[in-house]
Design a protein around this ligand. Sequence first.
Ligand SMILES: [Zn+2]
Length: 66
Amino acid sequence: MKIPLFSKKPETAEDPVCHMKVDISAPGGGTAEYDGTTYYFCSPGCRVAFEKEPAAYLSGEKSIEM
Ligand SMILES: [Zn+2]
């Protein structure tokens, strides 16, 4: 189920660590590039976790519940 939080649609990307939607114009955790793709993070903690083990998060092997 999707709940609309904003009246206008910002461009979003999914944080690969916690799977939150992140506004790509102002990602709270910044960005990281892996394998030619840019990923966006809700918080610096998610980015640091991703940078340690990017493949594990992208494969779904690892995830963080927030
Ligand atoms: Zn996150």
